[in-house]
Design a protein around this ligand. Structure first.
Ligand SMILES: O=C(O)CC1=CCC(=O)O1
Length: 263
């Protein structure tokens, strides 16, 4: 558990695995922290340098005043990777983390050699929808959204398990300002044109029951990058790394082998 002081923001990050291994970086979604990757990290092959971080306003990172821009979130990731001297990583971005991944790949191809765009899109929702969400959070807190968010995050079967409450707790314990700040960043993001210009190995991952970024939307985004692969996880919502870590880690590992990221 470490903190990178980037001046205007302090980012909490964690590194597991082999310090000299091939780097894989994970960026999580709105209202979550780096614990969403715990089960996947446990299932990855040995010998990787596994880096996870909490974006601004989330987890144990600091929370600058909202709103945030996508440019700021991308710059945070860029500065963190420079701070850690990361080059040629595989970058796995979940939802808003996948938007950060697209922005970073456009800006710093020296840092990223392959992308995993999980449950994300070039554009998510409408500006109006995000504006309403910001208003609700600022007025009534994250708790007011939590039940609806659980329906999008997880498929029906998982929602019936006691584990659901843990993830609901994680959501409502996030900072109200940090959550609203990131909603504003998503509202202002449309990466269709820049992402269309990307040329690097890309894997899209979608959940069959994802209520936030349905499979067709994920596929439409990864299809912007020629040669991309697409993997659908069945009986999964928006956070399949939590619901189906075995399948998720297997697919990541296969992609790392196919792209030569690991031997
Ligand atoms: O809360 C949701 O709808 C899920 C989500 C959208 C963008 C993101 O990062 O999470």
């Amino acid at each position: 558990m470490q903190l990178a002081d980037l001046g205007d923001v302090q980012l909490h990050y964690r590194i597991d695995g082999d310090p000299d291994g091939a780097p894989i970086v994970f960026a999580n979604s709105l209202g979550t922290d780096l614990r969403v990757w715990d089960a996947v990290v446990d299932r990855l092959p040995k010998g990787l340098r596994i880096i996870r971080y909490d974006k601004r306003g989330h987890g144990l990172s600091s929370c600058p005043p909202a709103p945030y821009s996508m440019g700021a979130l991308v710059r945070d990731a860029e500065r963190l990777l420079d701070h850690l001297q990361v080059r040629d990583c595989m970058f796995v971005g979940l939802s808003i983390g996948g938007m950060i991944a697209q922005g970073l790949a456009v800006k710093r191809l020296d840092q990223i050699r392959a992308l995993v765009l999980s449950n994300t899109a070039a554009k998510i929702g409408t500006a109006e929808m995000w504006k309403e969400r910001v208003q609700t959070v600022q007025r009534d807190g994250i708790e007011a959204l939590a039940d609806a968010v659980m329906e999008r995050w997880f498929a029906r079967g998982f929602r019936a398990t006691p584990e659901l409450q843990l993830w609901r707790n994680m959501l409502v314990q996030q900072s109200r300002d940090g959550y609203a700040g990131c909603c504003a960043a998503i509202a202002g993001t449309d990466f269709y044109t820049p992402t269309s210009g990307l040329r690097l190995p890309c894997l899209g991952i979608a959940g069959s029951e994802d209520g936030s970024t349905p499979p067709d939307l994920v596929r439409e985004t990864v299809d912007l990058i020629p040669g991309s692969q697409f993997h659908l996880i069945r009986r999964a919502g928006h956070i399949p790394c939590v619901e189906h870590p075995d399948e998720y880690a297997e697919r990541l590992t296969a992609f790392m082998r196919e792209t030569g990221h690991i031997g």
